[in-house]
Write a protein that binds this ligand. Structure first.
Ligand code: PLP
Length: 432
């Protein structure tokens, strides 16, 4: 019998997160204050947990995962399996290329976002906070934080980009079942939301606006803490649990990836699977390449400039050095809304700047993306999130390219989420 599933026993759950900061090819440019206005660093200091702030700039390579978070990870189904995509290989008639996929879709809320949500919620509860506040684009992060808040006994308030809130009614219900208070963004709850709505009552929102609303709301509400679902160093570090498990899984089967592929919005699932492998490459312990799949709606790594920019439209965050399209850029709506962010995480941006991360972007009609998702469903049997379909598309394209070159190659993609709450997108994009 051919075994396509490579599982790790619960006792093999990684005990530490990997912090790549001390191993980067040059020190990460620190966040800085803009020339005008109040101190953004002080503002973040007031709205985030102390533990996450300290992890943000820590130079300790391995950060122990507290026992309670390991228990929460196991409760949420970790470690997650790695699969060999033999059925997809057969469909694509691959002879030289082996395909694998890591299963972040097997998560209670549907994506990798639980990996940092559970950690951030635990630290907030430990510091005596009562409420978690956040933004969400695709809704996956909002659901993950709602879930994490409930499990550690905190309240949760979510600002959700309106263009997505309006079509994901079932995901809204899931967040509400978990006890979260969810606002379509822009909303009347905040000054910036009210200003935007006064200019355009039908504004569709953006992740940058939702971040601004969340930060403003958290600042005004005593006992609350702001949690971010991507971009920041500590978020990527929590996500390294994905890559650390994957390394162990490849060791179990005596194989090694030559290429890691992930979709990239802010960079957390891509960083999660890639950073532990990149760390090994930097230490000259392995050879491997890395490919980030993006949408032409927000091709930050391809078309962005590597410079200091704000993380949100309302300019609440400090300036961070990133590949950015500009924090005020308006982006066309796409179904993979989680990829619609103006910049890539500072860590990923620095690695891109050093030529360690390649990128590819796909048209905003998402035709080829949903085709790839359908092929994946029909071959492998799993319905994946629109965002993850970019990783599948890019992996298929790379595999077919490789077949023409005739080299042995192993490609590993990260399936960042499931698509069960994205059925309306499938209905719209695929003629049945
Ligand atoms: C399923 C899924 N994958 C990927 C992403 C992109 O985010 P990131 O680049 O932080 O992984 C999102 C964001 O919402 C998502 O929901």
């Amino acid at each position: 019998m051919k075994k396509n599933q490579i599982s790790l026993p619960v006792d093999d759950l990684p005990k530490e997160w990997y912090n790549i900061l001390p191993d980067l090819p040059e020190p990460l440019p620190p966040p800085k204050e803009p020339e005008e206005g109040p101190s953004r660093l002080e503002f973040l200091g007031k709205t985030m947990t102390k533990e996450c702030l300290s992890q943000e700039s820590s130079t300790q390579r391995w950060i122990p995962i507290p026992e309670e978070i390991k228990e929460l990870y196991i409760q949420a189904g970790r470690p997650r399996p790695l699969y060999r995509a033999r059925r997809l290989e057969k469909y694509l008639k691959l002879r030289k290329t082996r395909l694998y996929y890591k299963r972040e879709d097997l998560s209670p809320t549907g994506s990798h976002k639980t990996n940092t949500a559970l950690a951030q919620a635990y630290f907030a509860a430990k510091e005596g906070k009562e409420m978690l506040v956040t933004e969400t684009g695709a809704g996956q992060w909002g659901t993950a934080l709602s879930h994490a808040a409930r499990l550690v006994g905190l309240e949760c308030v979510v600002f959700w980009v309106r263009s997505v809130y309006d079509w994901k009614a079932d995901r809204l219900t899931l967040m509400q079942l978990l006890g979260a208070r969810v606002n379509p963004s822009p909303s009347k709850q905040t000054r910036i939301g009210r200003e935007i709505l006064a200019r355009n009552p039908n504004h569709q929102g953006s992740l940058g606006i939702a971040v601004s609303e969340g930060l403003e709301y958290a600042e005004k509400h005593e006992g609350s803490v702001y949690c971010l679902g991507s971009v920041l160093n500590h978020v990527l570090m929590h996500q390294t649990i994905i890559g650390l498990e994957t390394i162990k899984q490849f060791e179990l089967i005596n194989d090694q990836p030559d290429l890691i592929v992930g979709c990239l919005g802010g960079g957390s699932n891509f960083g999660g699977i890639a950073l532990p492998f990149i760390g090994d490459v930097l230490k000259k312990k392995r050879k491997c390449k890395f490919l980030a799949a993006q949408s032409m709606a927000a091709p930050s790594l391809l078309k962005g400039e590597y410079k200091y920019d704000f993380g949100d439209v309302g300019e609440h965050t400090p300036l961070m050095k990133m590949y950015t399209l500009g924090h005020k850029t308006e982006m066309v709506p796409i179904k993979a809304d989680g990829l619609r962010y103006h910049a890539a995480a500072p860590i990923i941006s620095l690695l891109r700047h050093h030529g360690m991360v390649d990128t590819v972007d796909y048209p905003t009609d998402e035709k080829t993306i949903f085709e790839a998702a359908k092929i994946f469903l029909q071959c492998e049997g799993w319905l994946i999130a629109p965002e993850s379909s970019y990783a599948v598309r890019a992996s298929i394209d790379e595999a077919l390219k490789n077949e023409k070159m005739g080299q042995e190659k192993v490609i590993c993609m990260n399936i960042s989420g499931h698509g069960f709450l994205d059925i309306p997108a499938y209905r719209e994009k695929i003629s049945l």
